[in-house]
Design a binder for this molecule. Structure first.
Ligand code: SF4
Length: 488
């Protein structure tokens, strides 16, 4: 049996890709393991959105050399966004990498290659188990035949996946389920791939290519399959979910969301990420119509609170339009929680413009926020924009903004004290408490029995910190109520 370890960096689209590949490999009889030291195959799904993520990848690759030296047949594969545009550099710099396949490479081709890697690994593992002392040579010879650049290697070969694997491969491209030990099953389903927006700071359109949507029917089938297999939380993923358009029927995101909400079963649905320029009332009305399935949570990326900077970023909305959209979301979806992404220090951002961002953050009062200093990415338009802000100034802006965001999160969290929330119990923590998640995506901690993991229960919130709510169970597991997860 071949054991596989996944290291996944970056966004939920990467998580969905890793989960899909994991499901495909399980179909080939592989098992997922929790650490590198137990693996025959390590797959690293890479992120190029910030320079820091890339640096982390390189130091991680350095650490893996030790594992490769101990286990000569160990294969290390790199996939995802960095693999899309640094393939040659990686192959040259890290000789012990077995294969590289970019996020834009055709998925069935990659899975066909991967199926072959598994067959090779089975042979090499057997040879190794029988003390065949030239295993290292065998590995190198076979790698040379297969080729380390997946796209190039497959263009020279005519491997064909058997029909069953072809079908599983097509499903795997849409994502799959992750279930770390002792936790609930979560399914991550891609509803679109790629992006057409070309925000000037973002490398995704270059690494993942043009936007394409999966058929609604296939998505509903995939979600139904995951629910039957025990998934309790489904996340629908697209770089801009609001631009979803079924290639067969041309129906849009609201119709997809409704179709998923109508799938029978006890599960919650989240989606990431909407784009403020494209969010429409019909999507919000569907969320309000199915509170038992569709979580009252919206991750709504602001990026900047200055209309001039937003224009430089090519976000195609103004500060005022963003705030109007927030009002609409709050008006249509009762008790909705909001999270966001914010960049500080974008090229040309003045101190006054930063203060506008700070002000919008204060006005909105996000439940949660991810904030970053701008990271310069090759190929993007912003790469060549003049940068007038020093690293020290950027760091000071980030620290200042994060203080505002923390205060906002604390204030919104405190509004839940004394309220009853329906939560999904995710796992037992190391200190014996239960960790659950509310519909608004808040972490909720309380005392309870481990058998409650995977159930929906009602909890009264007694304390609220900036990153966590604490409470007490008030109702034993039941079917999901209409009011689930919403603060009154
Ligand atoms: S919408 Fe903008 S930030 Fe999001 S993936 Fe597309 S280009 Fe990147």
């Amino acid at each position: 049996m071949i054991s596989v370890f996944f290291k996944t960096y970056g966004c939920q689209a990467n998580v969905a890709d890793s989960a899909g590949i994991a499901s495909f490999l399980e179909g080939l009889g592989c098992v997922q393991v929790e650490s590198e030291g137990l693996a025959d195959l390590i797959i690293i799904n890479t992120c190029a959105i910030r320079e820091k993520a890339e640096q982390k990848l390189y130091s991680y690759l350095g650490e893996l050399l030790e594992f490769k030296e101990k286990l000569p047949y160990l294969k290390i594969g790199i996939i995802g966004c960095v693999a899309s545009y640094r393939k040659d550099e990686m192959l040259k710099r890290f000789e012990y990498i077995s294969f590289v396949s970019g996020a834009r490479d055709e998925r069935t081709t990659f899975l066909t290659y991967l199926a072959d890697v598994i067959v090779q690994l089975q042979t090499e593992k057997q040879l190794f188990a029988h003390n065949f002392d030239r295993t290292g040579d065998v590995t190198l010879t076979q790698l040379a035949i297969l080729g380390r650049d997946v796209k190039l290697a497959m263009s020279k070969r005519s491997l064909v996946l058997p029909a069953r694997l072809l079908k599983e491969g097509a499903q795997a491209a849409m994502g799959g389920t992750l279930a770390p030990e002792g936790e609930i099953k979560r399914a991550f389903i891609n509803i679109t791939t790629g992006c057409n927006n070309y925000c000037t700071f973002c490398i995704v359109p270059f690494t993942r290519g043009r936007e394409a949507s999966y058929p609604l029917e296939d998505i509903v089938m995939r979600v139904s399959h995951e629910v039957v297999a025990g998934a309790k939380e489904i996340t629908l993923i697209g770089q801009n979910v609001n631009s979803y358009t079924c290639p067969q029927t041309a129906v849009r995101f609201a119709a997809l969301l409704e179709a998923v909400a109508l799938i029978p079963g006890s599960f919650w649905v989240r989606y990431v990420s909407p784009h403020p320029k494209d969010m429409t009332r019909d999507v919000l009305e569907v969320m309000a119509k199915y509170p038992d399935k569709l979580c009252a949570w919206c991750h709504f990326p602001l990026q900047s609170g200055s209309s001039r900077v937003l224009e430089l970023m090519n976000r195609t909305y103004t500060k005022e339009e963003y705030l109007r959209q927030v009002d609409l979301i709050r008006a249509v979806v009762p008790g909705v929680a909001l999270s966001t992404d914010i960049i500080v220090g974008f090229p040309g951002e003045t101190h006054e413009e930063f203060l506008e961002t700070r002000d919008v953050a204060q006005q909105v009062g996000f439940d949660m926020a991810y904030s970053f200093v701008y990271s310069r990415r090759k190929y993007t338009k912003a790469f060549s924009m003049g940068d007038t802000c020093s690293p020290e100034e950027k760091a000071a802006r980030l620290a200042d903004l994060q203080e505002v965001l923390r205060a906002g999160s604390l204030a919104t969290a405190q509004r839940y004290i004394g309220k009853n929330l329906r939560v999904l119990v995710e796992k037992r923590t190391t200190n014996g408490k239960l960790l659950a998640r509310s519909s608004g995506n808040h972490r909720v901690v309380f005392d309870g029995d481990g058998s409650l993991v995977g159930t929906f229960i009602e909890v009264c919130i007694t304390e609220a910190g900036q990153s966590e709510l604490r409470g007490e169970i008030i109702v034993a597991p039941t079917a999901i109520s209409k009011e689930h997860g919403r603060a009154a």
